[in-house]
Design a protein around this ligand. Sequence first.
Ligand SMILES: [Zn+2]
Length: 343
Amino acid sequence: MRAPSRWFSLRFPLTPGRWGRGRAAFLRGLLAGLLCGLTVAGAAPAQSPFQIELRLLGRPLTAGQQATVREAARQVSGLIASPFVPVRVNIPAGDCDRRLPAVQGTVRNLIVFVVVRDLGDDVYATGMPCDLQDRTYLPIYGVVDLNSRGLTDLPRVDLLDTMLHELLHVLGVGTLWEADSRVSRNGETDGRSFIRRDGRSLVYTAPRAVAAYRALGGRGRGIPLDPDGGHWDGRAVCAEILSGSAGNFTGRVNPVSPVTLAALEDLGYRVNLLAASRYALPRGSCAAQLRDGSGPLWVPTGGFAGCAAARSAGATLPLRRGEPAYRPELDGDGDGLACEGGR
Ligand SMILES: [Zn+2]
């Protein structure tokens, strides 16, 4: 088994059947990276009015992993200041994902199934909402698939970071941004799209996140997105919880920026503004974000081209095996230390 070198987040292409209830559209498949950062700042209220109810399925997690998954749910719950609106449902087993059991009766919290299973070598976690409430188009329940491969070796911070990212997808960030995906239980859509094409690229245009982006000094008519349309362009935000840079992995938990918090508002949640992490948009390159001390190390997709690039980005040399920036190609003698002597 190959140890994961990088954490990805993937939204599967969804068939109408998978979404059920005539959901006509599917979300584009996508591959997106994840990874890194600071902690989610801890100003969340002790008891958020919004709770995420976890249901663990599949291969068992260790007690420590379960605690980390619950911590992620607690932190994401703490971002939301509006209560979940209870709803009566009668959803058969396998409606959203064939592994899921039936969801019946009155749902009083956002239910998130966390399914631990083998996702292969390249995909480490996925997250998506399932049924949406009528009128509000907010999720009733959702699913996070967590790759059982490599989980044993995964540091706590990376599991926490991954779960925060995927739970935000379950809430709708990056997954409910297009009209095709915004279909409620009764089969209606509000027709809203938070995304538009700007030349060859996609930009996010919903007002609150755009305002937050501009307040941080961002420019342009929208927020640059990854080609998948479900993550901020990593070049624009560098290390951020919804950054799409696949190599953006620092071994710390990515910050939840005011931009991502405002994206939750665009979806219709009220948010706990105090819960945003310390965050600044990069001035210039992501490496510059590091040098001005406002963010963690940013590792480009595929790793640093060489030791000089790693050093100029601010990486501490030598790079040690297990660190995100480590690549065997930079470790000539294979002793687990790359760029020894700074080269
Ligand atoms: Zn993602």
